[in-house]
Design a protein around this ligand. Structure first.
Ligand code: SF4
Length: 159
């Protein structure tokens, strides 16, 4: 096999994304279901992890309150680079049904940078898994170009 060490490391990064476990509200129930045996995310090399210091993905699942935002940011900052963030569900994306509440952050991208948005209230495990596959594409692109592609609303592939 002929391959550069970089290529091997990059393939390993894309294929072993470890998300720090950090659920905030009802969307977290769907995230936990995604990590359960029925959906088997281990086949993507994923291991839900309790420490941010060993994780490279934060899945923000649920309502981000203004009170919780500093803790969320602190956990994100404790993750080593390169690190990634999936915003899961309407609340994390934009404040969702609580958008007009005085206590809710109107989108977690105001606190940490987001790479993939997964819409829904709540998104199903299948939606989150689709978001994870999209994130893998972004990780692969970052490894090739050294640049992060712009975040965007996750939409189904037209194909
Ligand atoms: S998006 Fe819906 S399901 Fe998810 S945390 Fe908000 S209210 Fe709950």
């Amino acid at each position: 096999m002929v391959s550069s060490t970089d290529k091997i490391f990059n393939w390993a990064r894309k294929s072993s994304i470890w998300p720090v476990t950090f659920g905030l509200a009802c969307c977290a129930i769907e995230m936990m279901a995604t990590f359960a045996s029925r959906f088997d995310v281990e086949r993507f090399g994923m291991v839900p992890w309790a420490s941010p210091r060993h994780a490279d993905l934060m899945i923000v699942s649920g309502t981000v309150t203004i009170k919780m935002a500093p803790m969320l940011k602190r956990i994100y900052e404790q993750m080593p680079d390169p690190k990634w963030c999936i915003s899961m569900g309407s609340c994390a994306n934009s404040g969702g049904p609580f958008r007009h509440g005085y206590h809710v952050v109107k989108g977690v991208d105001r606190v940490v940078p987001v790479d993939v948005y997964v819409p829904g209230c709540p998104p199903t495990p299948e939606s989150l898994m689709f978001g994870i596959l999209k994130l893998q594409e972004k990780v692969a692109e970052f490894q090739k170009t050294g640049k992060r592609s712009a975040p965007g609303l996750l939409t189904p592939d037209p194909a």
